[in-house]
Design a protein around this ligand. Sequence first.
Ligand code: PEP
Ligand code: MN
Length: 338
Amino acid sequence: MIIILKSDTTEEQIGALTDHIASLEMQAHVSRGTFRTIIGVIGDEASIDSDQIKSFTGVSDVVRVLPPYKLASLEAHPQPSVVEVGKTKIGGGHLAMVAGPCSIESEERMDSIAAAVKASGANILRGGAYKPRTSPYSFQGMGVEGLKILRAVGDKYDIPVVTEITDARNLDVICEYADMLQVGARNMQNFVLLTEVGKANKPVILKRGMSATVQDLLMSAEYILAHGNQNVVLCERGIKGFDSVTRNLYDVAAVAALKTLTHLPVIVDPSHATGRPDLIPACAYAGVAAGADGVHIEVHDCPEKALSDGPQALLPEQFDETFKQLVKVADVFGKTFG
Ligand code: PEP
Ligand code: MN
């Protein structure tokens, strides 16, 4: 960390700062220039509160040398992480195709959709049992009954399953039935939930909040990593924009940017990002071209009867066609869906 002092800072004020830094068991190197004095702080930067330093009299600015997400950063871990979910690998050239309905609705429906996406080549099956709905009157998910269906169908088609956790109190039961957890956009900064997920022994998809910056997303990942769970997959699912032409604003540049900042795998969710089945294929291809380690697509065989997110679901045949093209895009970049 570098502390830049105001030109009129007194020796007494510098002394107060260096004493404070010493009390944190860090070293302060004071460099006096003609116009400005700066203090270089040597030590574990993540443990210093830069706002606290800024509140000292005489401080003009504080510049961090390292990113505040030390575990998630590419600097700390230059090799890409590979997250394993059953037999599926995500990252380091291995691509995930996470597909399935928004909600688990019945065993028959889950079975028919799972059969279709597995036949197309999906390597993770999704389905929500606990749904974070904007309206309390909308379908809230099947809960434990849904988890049991997801597990049974996943076993039948030999495909690992992911489901969303909305409440830390459901952690044990979800871990009993699912192979992977999903923290949704609405809970990306639910730090109590992130802390609990960080103690769980399951890989996790962490979705970007709709108003979260790339750094916010990485700080939320840091919560999970700092509590012990190293198997975190980030997901770009669109952020709030001003144009209603798409449900959200698909931030494909964030995917390319994340690949320069973190070793964690990054997947894209063009279903929630666009809300439009006609745009999902193009946005899926763009995501892989931007460096994504996988794609997340909602699929339903009868969207008009879906209990959530029907309008954005791809039909199984549309999914199949999209996937065939996506395999070719992945091939250009030397990656495979395994
Ligand atoms: C979902 O995956 O169904 C979902 C609710 O996603 P998000 O958290 O991205 O809105
Ligand atoms: Mn959904």
